[in-house]
Design a protein around this ligand. Structure first.
Ligand SMILES: *Cc1c(COP(=O)(O)O)cnc(C)c1O
Length: 822
């Protein structure tokens, strides 16, 4: 027998890579040489690179098991990974080898890279955070499993037709996915619906049997997650739903062939599509099923690994696994782990509860009351009857604990209950996650503070020691090295390449902030990035931008709280000033937007239309288009984010104070040398502290001021009557100036601002316009702007996801790095 340990696919030289790619072209892609397309070369290269991670991955898992080290599990309904090839080449240290190999083969490296269809398995910030955290966990040598859902269709592709968003299904799997390895033999059954039977076993112990209405199979698909400059290679396990064959067979035997096929159809819909967030109510039950499905598979998988350990029992779970809940989407895991331990493993309730709380941690991502997940009680009980019983029992014991500490304070008990009583009973998932976790954290200092004062106040009073802050971060490998190769080279030449894994070292740039020669190089890099983006905008949006203008960029999901419409009010204000006075002296600006709106979010979709309508008018008016241009980049995603963040002069972070939990886009801009115009919201507060107030454009109400204005009764009309320029701006939009005289299309938006304005756009208008004038003045002083830009990058080290993950490791998971030898 041949040696199964022999390795023929792990060589990292250009020549070994070249042979491997050719090998895959012949045996995995299987096309005659004459029929090969760049996509085939991409897939063969991806397979060759995947091979190079396999030994690392096997060694990482084995080392953690052998040494009895704790494994972190990051449970997230979304992972917005972005393209994988560039990132894996960088982390393996084989970019140059791959370039040389493809050169030798005679195909362009960049052309091959561009063929990758990105897996859009997330909506925005939350999913991208999970992806950055996987990169940092591997780089920090922490053995980790990411657990999520293998959606067949990810977030929709956005097209713009006549200024409106049109959604197209995201067919990311059409050409297959070379990064994943399906493991059909690693599968678990997930029950759903039906009823619960209580009975006593032979020893008289109370037992429970769950008779489900349906059973669905979850199949494991593994994607390797390579750390940068280390051997550690973790795994992202995504679950895909299948029909259970035996069920289908039963039906077949009774002659009901079509029922069997139908079951397959409905089972597989469980992981069919990612739901856009902000969707009111549609498909709620399927969403709960998606969440339960992936969490149940993940927990069964973890317990299965525990069962195979010679040196541990299920009671050691908290010493061997840390389970982190990325928002409440996986929080049903608290009840599921209790069910697995109590019903299926016969542990006592108290012991099972101790294990559960010691194992889970919960990260909260929002204070918006409408975004806190709850499930209608009746629907929940029909879907997960046993879990509802378990939640009642958790709640009974929990409320006893509250009573023991605070007495019979009925109001407090009602507020804290896992069951909500307002407008119909519901299960409160944030409360379940909080009660079931030993550690609860917010995602920026301000957000963690507000959590303790608002939505989780009562819980903080009960368990102050469980609360902490973990400010978000982003991976500098993707969002600097890959996205901005020009800046990467300049940094390497100036301060060495240590910053890639020790982002604090960017501080070494501070001493070049006033160096004129360095400033010239800095500006040359930025200008090249702007030219690169201008090409992209020209080909995708048909708008021609001058790279010498100020690039003012707002890219993120479209949402009222993020206030893209405030940005538009500024553009319309400038438009009107220019029309009034064509000789006005304004520094030329390109306003660039991007972002998707949830398909059912009426106002957000109208904001997209407004941006495009204002753009069409501005871009085609010769008085105006010599000073202003407006472009909406369609289909904002990770791939085009690589082009966008590095090209910004000005980053728009203008949410209503208290509404953005952290933001991570703000950090990506800062890392790439953009200055920020922003409110004191989310991580902006900490960014300003790091950069220095003199290097940040601050405007708007603070959280306290927002609260006071709301308390005293906010009247947007007062701001309109007190500011003629604002009144005119709104009149221009409402009157149809940007819609060929149509005074209906933007009426809902303008009415909303004039009469309701829940996010205080009009209250911040004057302050924003004034601050934008400071921006324009600062832009005119080239060397001063350059200095501020350099200092923003130099002081962005805190916002590496490596720093965030190191804090999670120390304070929440209690894990240490594990050096992997291959
Ligand atoms: C970083 C990122 C986000 C989050 O942006 P915010 O400005 O923090 O809302 C959303 N989508 C993509 C593609 C991103 O890369």
């Amino acid at each position: 027998m041949t040696d199964i340990e022999e390795r023929s696919r792990s060589g990292l030289s250009a020549d070994e890579l070249r042979r491997s790619i050719i090998d895959h072209l012949r045996y995995s892609i299987g096309r005659p040489a004459a029929a090969l397309t760049p996509e085939h070369f991409y897939r063969a290269t991806a397979l060759a690179v995947r091979d190079r991670m396999q030994d690392n991955q096997a060694a990482t898992a084995q080392t953690a098991l052998d040494l009895g080290r704790k494994v972190t599990c990051y449970l997230s309904a979304e992972f917005l990974m972005g393209p994988q090839l560039g990132s894996n080449l960088l982390n393996l240290g084989i970019e140059e080898a791959a370039r040389a190999a493809l050169d030798e083969i005679g195909v362009g490296f960049d052309e091959v890279l561009a063929c990758e269809e990105e897996p859009g398995l997330g909506n925005g910030g939350l999913g991208r955070l999970a992806a950055c955290y996987l990169d940092s966990l591997a780089t920090l040598e922490c053995p980790t499993i990411g657990f999520g859902i293998r959606y067949e269709f990810g977030i929709f592709d956005q097209e713009i037709h006549d200024g409106w968003q049109v959604e197209k299904t995201d067919n990311w799997l059409v050409n297959g996915n070379p990064w994943e390895i399906p493991k059909p033999d690693v599968n678990y059954l997930v029950k759903w619906g039906g009823y619960v039977e209580h009975y006593a076993d032979d020893s008289g112990r109370g037992r429970v049997r769950w008779h489900p209405a349906r059973v669905i199979k979850g199949v494991d698909y593994d994607t390797p997650i390579q750390g940068y400059g280390v051997n550690t290679c973790n795994v992202l396990t995504l679950w895909s739903a299948r029909a259970v064959e035996s069920f289908a067979l039963d039906a077949f035997n009774t002659g009901d062939y079509y029922r069997a096929v139908e079951d397959e159809v409905t089972s597989e819909t469980v992981t069919k599509v990612l739901y856009p967030n902000d969707e009111p109510d549609v498909g709620k039950r399927l969403r709960l099923l998606q969440q339960y499905f992936f969490v149940s598979c993940s927990l069964q998988h973890v317990l299965h690994i525990m069962d195979d350990l010679a040196d541990a029992s299920v009671r050691d779970l908290p010493n061997r696994f840390a389970l982190q809940l990325n928002d409440t989407h996986p929080s049903i895991g608290v009840a599921e782990l209790m069910r697995l331990l109590v019903d299926e493993r016969q542990l006592d309730w108290d012991e099972a509860w101790g294990i559960t709380v010691a194992t889970f941690g919960y990260t909260n991502h929002t204070l918006l009351p409408e975004a806190l997940e709850t499930w209608p009680l009746a629907m929940f009980g029909e879907s997960l009857p046993r879990h509802l019983e378990i939640i009642y029992e958790i709640n009974r014991r929990f409320l006893d604990e509250v009573r023991a500490k605070f007495g019979d304070d009925d109001d407090r008990l009602r507020r804290m209950s896992l069951i909500g009583e307002d407008d119909g009973k519901s299960v409160r998932m944030a409360h379940l996650a909080t009660v079931g976790s030993h550690a609860i954290n917010g995602v920026a200092a301000l957000h963690s503070d507000l959590l303790k004062k608002s939505v989780l106040k009562d819980f903080y009073e009960l368990w102050p020691e469980r609360f902490s802050n973990k400010t978000n971060g982003v991976t500098p490998r993707r969002f600097l090295a890959l996205a901005n190769p020009g800046l990467r080279q300049l940094l390497d030449d100036t301060i060495g390449d240590g910053w890639l894994s020790h982002l604090d070292r960017l501080r070494g740039l501070e001493k070049f902030a006033d160096d004129a020669a360095f400033g010239d190089k800095w500006r040359a890099v930025k200008r090249a990035n702007k030219a690169r983006l201008a090409d992209y905008v020209s080909s995708t949006a048909g708008v021609h931008l001058d790279p010498d203008w100020l690039f003012d960029i707002q890219v993120k999901r479209i949402h009222e709280y993020k206030r893209q419409h405030l940005n538009v009010l500024h553009i319309v204000t400038l438009y009107h000033r220019i029309k009034q006075n064509p000789d006005i002296d304004i520094s030329p600006r390109a306003f660039i937007f991007g972002g998707k709106a949830a398909p059912g979010y009426f106002l957000a979709k109208r904001i997209i239309k407004l941006i495009n309508a204002v753009g069409e008018t501005v871009n085609n008016d010769p008085d105006v288009n010599r000073l202003l241009k407006v472009a909406f980049v369609p289909n904002f995603n990770v791939q085009n984010a690589h082009l966008i963040y590095p090209a910004a002069d000005l980053s728009e972070q203008i949410s209503t104070a208290g509404k953005e939990a952290s933001g991570t886009g703000n950090m990506k801009f800062m890392l790439n040398g953009a200055l920020t115009i922003g409110t004191l919201d989310g991580a902006n507060v900490e960014m300003r502290e790091e950069a220095g107030a003199e290097n940040f454009f601050l405007f708007g109400l603070t959280v306290d001021e927002v609260e006071r204005v709301k308390r005293e009764g906010y009247r947007p009309a007062d701001y309109v009557s007190g500011n003629a320029e604002l009144a005119t701006t709104l009149d221009l939009i409402a009157g149809g100036r940007f819609s060929r005289g149509d005074s209906e299309v933007f009426r809902p938006l303008v009415d909303n601002l004039r009469h309701d304005d829940p996010f205080l756009v009009l209250a911040d208008y004057a302050s924003y316009i004034e601050c934008q004038e400071q921006v324009s003045a600062a832009w005119r002083d080239v060397s001063s702007w350059t200095r501020m830009s350099i200092l923003n990058t130099a002081r962005s080290g805190k916002f590496s996801s490596d720093r965030s993950i190191a804090e999670y490791c120390d304070d929440i998971w209690n894990v240490l790095p594990v050096t992997v030898k291959v």
